[in-house]
Ligand binder design. Structure first.
Ligand SMILES: Cc1cc2nc3c(=O)[nH]c(=O)nc-3n(C[C@H](O)[C@H](O)[C@H](O)COP(=O)(O)OP(=O)(O)OC[C@H]3O[C@@H](n4cnc5c(N)ncnc54)[C@H](O)[C@@H]3O)c2cc1C
Length: 301
């Protein structure tokens, strides 16, 4: 069966990729290891949902078997949700198929039966367009396509798992920081801070306006002043607050990627040419050590 074969360990991304397939007039076939997901996706517009049965609970252990299914079924595309597990599976399947793969597409569309994909490179600094023909693999981030509706048939399929790797133990990751993606207001600190104690300047402002404190990658990954969950940008948290205030953040593209959807951006920086001012709605050119305490005092009143 030709069509787009889909896998994601996140059911909402699966629904969105089904939407992509339908939008392009292709038959969406969902692969899943989870009965529960199969039931949840029953009305999400797929043509067929195939529940994989086998000796492993790790989807990546079926990569070789999935590659064979795609070949046998004459699949046009294997579209995988761009989660850590999905990326792992996608790369293995593309390896077994020895076919083209584009990871983390920004957009995808068909033209003359060729798939045209765009994706960002160099941390978002440039956008690349790639043309794919023949059976290919892509990974698709969340939020790219609209889900659709429609009932799917269900099928189970026994597949041979590669059991050389198995799960010995699982444990939740203990998160130290806040979930910035849900914050309504964010105060963000950058490398302009001289010492860790000066984070208090940001915390004081954040307390007054009811904001969470975030930072640039360098503050979390180089100086380790805040936990990794606190940094914003292309490789960190993508935030959508109503208000984002930065202090001493230069506004490099990799950081700005994470604040594009903020309602109102206020930037404080000594350098009037700092790129953050291009992204900002309001800019204050000044020393954060003077400006922020004054702002905090004014807002207290
Ligand atoms: C592949 C890749 C991915 C990356 N991903 C991310 C990411 O997800 N998130 C991220 O943040 N970065 C990311 N980076 C790093 C990014 O390119 C920048 O290096 C980083 O964002 C810069 O952090 P900063 O603005 O804190 O520091 P700087 O660029 O050093 O900026 C400091 C700013 O403070 C100003 N300043 C100095 N003193 C004062 C003062 N007293 N008062 C006010 N302003 C002052 C300066 O004028 C300057 O604008 C990534 C880089 C790469 C290559």
């Amino acid at each position: 069966m030709a069509g787009i074969f889909i896998y994601s360990d996140k059911a909402d991304i699966t629904s969105e990729i089904i939407g992509f397939a339908r939008l392009n007039g292709k038959l969406p076939v969902v692969l899943t290891l989870s009965e529960k997901d199969a039931q949840a996706l029953r009305n999400a517009g797929a043509d067929k949902i195939i529940v994989i049965k086998g000796q492993s609970e790790m989807i990546e252990n079926y990569a070789r078997a999935i590659a064979a299914v795609l070949k046998n079924e004459g699949a046009e595309l294997f579209a995988v949700g761009a989660t850590p597990r999905g990326r792992d599976l996608a790369a293995r399947v593309a390896g077994y198929l020895d076919c083209a793969m584009v990871s983390d597409i920004s957009s995808a569309s068909y033209k003359d039966e060729q798939l045209i994909c765009t994706r960002m490179l160099y941390g978002g600094a440039v956008q690349q367009t790639e043309k794919l023909s023949g059976l290919s693999v892509i990974t698709v981030p969340a939020g790219k396509y609209e889900p659709v509706q429609g009932e799917a048939s269900l099928q189970t399929l026994e597949l041979q798992a590669d059991t050389r790797v198995s799960v010995v133990e699982t444990a939740p990751i203990v998160k130290e920081g806040v979930d910035l993606s849900k914050a309504e207001k964010v105060v963000c600190v950058g490398m302009a801070l001289d010492k860790a104690e000066d984070l208090q300047i940001a915390r004081d402002l954040a307390n007054v306006i009811g904001a969470e404190v975030g930072c640039t990658r360098s503050i979390a990954e180089e100086r380790h002043w805040l936990p990794a969950e606190s940094y914003i940008g292309i490789s960190g948290a993508v935030v959508k607050p109503k208000l984002y205030i930065s202090m001493g953040v230069s506004g490099q593209i990799q950081h700005v990627y994470g604040i594009r959807d903020a309602g109102l951006i206020v930037a404080i920086d000594t350098n009037e040419k700092a790129p953050i001012f291009k992204a900002a709605d309001y800019g204050i050119v000044g020393d954060l050590y003077q400006v922020v305490p004054m702002l905090t005092e004014a807002l207290k009143k």
